[in-house]
Each structure stands twice: as structure tokens, then as C-alpha cells.
Design a protein around this ligand. Structure first.
Ligand code: SF4
Ligand code: FES
Length: 257
């Protein structure tokens, strides 16, 4: 077989015939074929998947043998049949969600998912944890690290484990970009914003607006960081206005040459 023509593997997911390349993750194949599998710790923004929530479990049957796998990191190696809603999966997923709801009792997202998958009544004997919305999926830390910011990390251990800035102090490294809050699946990371400032992780950031059109460009620290990385001056106008100015200049040059 030509190297350019990669082998296609047939996968039957909930009765739907799907095709994929060897090694593709099962969750991605399902998603591409509009088959819903719930996820929490999986973000398409990253190639490296943490696979810690286990809400994406599905049942895979290969050559008569069945097993439960974590679909977001399960590479398909051969033809198989997949059940995303079998009785076994529904039961196991309900347990996973009930435990996550116990860990994050204040998260409406987690609570709603847990209710939708069977509720938490059977887990009433678990010792209540401190109120919170975090399931410790680590996506926020991954987002921060991927930008090279490193403002937050997981601290402490066991039931004390949480995401925080160093010593819970306002982090000098933070640029107020909101990547952590935007990627968080549970609504744990909060921020406040008014016309002039944004506050997150106990730090206040000045907001900068485009001098041409008035659009929000980000925090002062975000723009300074981007300028330092690209070796250009801190911009005063947004990308759209900069491109428009360049296009106008080209038109002008062309017309009068
Ligand atoms: S704060 Fe949100 S993104 Fe960060 S670990 Fe907790 S649940 Fe995950
Ligand atoms: S989404 Fe797959 S383990 Fe969390």
C-alpha cells in the first residue's frame, strides 16, 4: 500500500459505521461522526490529554472480547464495535459522575451531569468535602503552562489538593489572559471585569482598548508579553484596524504610483 494512502479501519459506534486511521483516538472518531460522548478533562486545544475524569468511558468489543476504555485516549488499532450507552457504561459513568459531584459539590455543571446520569443518592455516606467546583482535571494549569506563563499549579495533596498561585499570593507571572478560566469545565475559576480592569487570581489588570475602533485588546500585561516575544512595540490598535490601515496604505500606494 502506498504510504500516502493510509489504512482505514472500520469501527461500528452505536450501530453507525465509521472509519478512521490506525491510532486515532476513539473519542475523536465518534465526535467526527456526530456521536456524543461526554467529556470533562478533554480539550481540543491540547494534543496531550490528561485523561483523569473518566467520564468518557465506553465499551469496546474486539474479536468477541469486551472491555471498558477511556475513549479520549484510546487509540483504535483494529476493527471493533463500540457502545457508548450500554447498561454497563451507564452504570460505571453514573459512579464516576457521582464521585466527581462529591468532589465538586458547588458546580452546577457537574451536579447537572451527575443528575442526568443517575444522581448521587447512593453516595450519601461519603464524607462531604469542602465546598468547591474543582474536579482537579488540570486543564487550567495545562493552559497556563502551554503559554509559558506558569502562574498556577496544583498544590498540596489528598483532600487538600487544589489549583492555586504560589503561596496563594497574587502571581507575578500571571498576565490576566483568562486562558485558565476559559478552559475550566466546571466554572471554578472566577474573574471580575469592569470597563477599566480585570481581576483574577487576586490580581488586578488594566484593560487596553484599540485607539482606532475601541475594541478590547486585552490586558496591558498580555500586550507587553506578546510584544516582547515578537520583538515589536506594544500595539496601540487592534489586529483588524492594523490590517485595515495596511490595506489602505497599499491601495494608496498602488493608486498613485
Ligand atoms: S479549576 Fe477548573 S480547569 Fe482547573 S483543575 Fe479545577 S476544574 Fe480543572
Ligand atoms: S474526558 Fe476522557 S478522561 Fe476526561
Amino acid at each position: 500500500m502506498s504510504e500516502l494512502v493510509k489504512e482505514q479501519i472500520k469501527v461500528l459506534i452505536d450501530g453507525k459505521e465509521c472509519y478512521c486511521e490506525k491510532g486515532e483516538y476513539l473519542y475523536d472518531v465518534a465526535k467526527r461522526n456526530d456521536i456524543f460522548i461526554p467529556v470533562l478533562c478533554r480539550s481540543d486545544a491540547f494534543e496531550d490529554h490528561r485523561a483523569c475524569c473518566r467520564v468518557c468511558i465506553v465499551e469496546v468489543e474486539t474479536r468477541g472480547k469486551s472491555k471498558v476504555v477511556t475513549s479520549c485516549v484510546y487509540p483504535i488499532e483494529e476493527e471493533c464495535t463500540v457502545y457508548t450507552q450500554s447498561e454497563k457504561i451507564k452504570e460505571e459513568r453514573a459512579v464516576v459522575m457521582a464521585l466527581l459531584a462529591h468532589r465538586a459539590p458547588d458546580s452546577d455543571v457537574i451536579g447537572g451531569m451527575a443528575e442526568g446520569m443517575g444522581g448521587t443518592e447512593g453516595f450519601a455516606r461519603l464524607t462531604p468535602l469542602e465546598a468547591g467546583k474543582c474536579i482537579l482535571c488540570g486543564l487550567c494549569v495545562q493552559a497556563c503552562d502551554s503559554l509559558g506563563t506558569g502562574a498556577i499549579s496544583t498544590v498540596l495533596r489528598g483532600t487538600e489538593k487544589r489549583v492555586d498561585t504560589p503561596y496563594s499570593n497574587p502571581s507575578k507571572a500571571c498576565i490576566g489572559c483568562l486562558s485558565c478560566a476559559n478552559v475550566c469545565p466546571t466554572g471554578e475559576i472566577v474573574f471580575e471585569e469592569n470597563e477599566k480592569t480585570r481581576t483574577i487570581w487576586k490580581r488586578e489588570f488594566e484593560l487596553v482598548y484599540c485607539e482606532e475602533c475601541g475594541a478590547l485588546m486585552g490586558t496591558k500585561e498580555m500586550l507587553e508579553r506578546a510584544a516582547a516575544e515578537t520583538g515589536v512595540e506594544t500595539p496601540k490598535v487592534c489586529d483588524a484596524c492594523r490590517k485595515k490601515a495596511m490595506a489602505d496604505e497599499m491601495m494608496h500606494t498602488y493608486r498613485f504610483v
